[in-house]
Ligand binder design. Structure first.
Ligand SMILES: [Zn+2]
Length: 287
């Protein structure tokens, strides 16, 4: 059964570790992440962007797939199925489809509009037992080939959104989606510290987990980060492993053309990446 992310994140925040959100793209991705979480007895959050939602034939297909896997694979660790960077419409669609966790990203709206739309979702999610993530201060990333610097959120605005009753808060602290540029200035711990002071015990979310050095991750956890999003790193690991399989000509030998054989090295690479991240986040054995 899918669970809200609320309990696992409150426990993580109190226990000074973080739960990983790993984004899924297809059946293999989902299976590998669930198997690794089960093997390591770690709680886990499966992230679905709206684009990935469309790719996987819609939110009800995804709910069916994940619930089926939890049953068939005998998964007993807590699993939350979470909409990543949802629009208001996307959030409503995922609530209706049976997601157990939602992110509404209103960070690109003026703060008044962000508050209005986030408020509208707080009560619904509360009634249905769904966890809700809000965002303040846009997170940088590559758009049309230009890497935007990560913005730093205003701690007072963070408090305004946190006080609405959301479960967790994503705040820009100089983090970026995708690969970090060579001249990246690093995370702004002054901003994180100020936000943490304002929001009390609320679990904070660190987006753009790919390529942030381990010491920065650990420092962020010590300052209230309880959820870390990983997406690009699994994609890069999968790509490198599948590329190697093809380059070595293994697809040309015997039944090497079988899609299950072609994708297998990529799956192993995802598992290794998820394990490595869970070790750094400290969530192993916390299920
Ligand atoms: Zn993000």
């Amino acid at each position: 059964m899918l669970v809200s992310a609320k309990e696992m994140l409150n426990k993580a925040r109190a226990g000074h570790y973080a739960v990983g959100q790993f984004n899924i793209n297809n059946l293999e991705w989902t299976k590998c992440i669930l198997q690794t979480a089960q093997e390591l007895q770690a709680p886990v959050i499966l992230g679905v962007s709206e684009g990935a939602g469309k790719y996987m034939c819609g939110y009800t297909t995804i709910v069916g797939m994940v619930e089926g896997m939890i049953k068939e694979l005998g998964i007993t660790v807590p699993v939350a199925l979470h909409l990543d960077h949802g629009t208001f419409e996307g959030a409503k669609a995922c609530i209706n489809a049976g997601f157990s966790s939602i992110m509404f990203d209103g960070s690109h709206y003026p703060i008044e509009e962000n508050i209005k739309l986030t408020t509208a979702l707080v009560n619904t999610c509360d009634v249905l037992g769904i966890s809700l993530e809000a965002e303040v201060g846009a997170i940088g990333g590559e758009e049309d080939g230009v890497v935007g610097a990560g913005e730093c959120a205003d701690p007072k605005e963070c408090k305004m959104i946190a006080d609405l009753g959301v479960t967790m808060l994503a705040a820009g602290i100089g983090n970026i989606h995708g690969k970090y540029p060579e001249n990246w200035a690093g995370l702004s711990f002054d901003t994180l510290e100020a936000i943490n002071k304002e929001v009390g015990e609320m679990p904070l979310v660190l987006h753009g987990g790919t390529g942030i050095p381990e010491d920065m991750i650990k420092k962020a956890i010590s300052l209230g980060v309880a959820k870390i999003n990983v997406n690009t790193e699994c994609q890069l690991a999968f790509q490198a492993a599948v590329r190697q399989y093809i380059e070595e000509g293994k697809d040309l030998v015997g039944k090497g053309f079988d899609p299950r054989k072609i994708l297998a090295p990529g799956c192993e690479a995802i598992k290794a990446t998820v394990k490595e991240k869970m070790e750094i986040f400290g969530c192993i054995g916390k299920a």
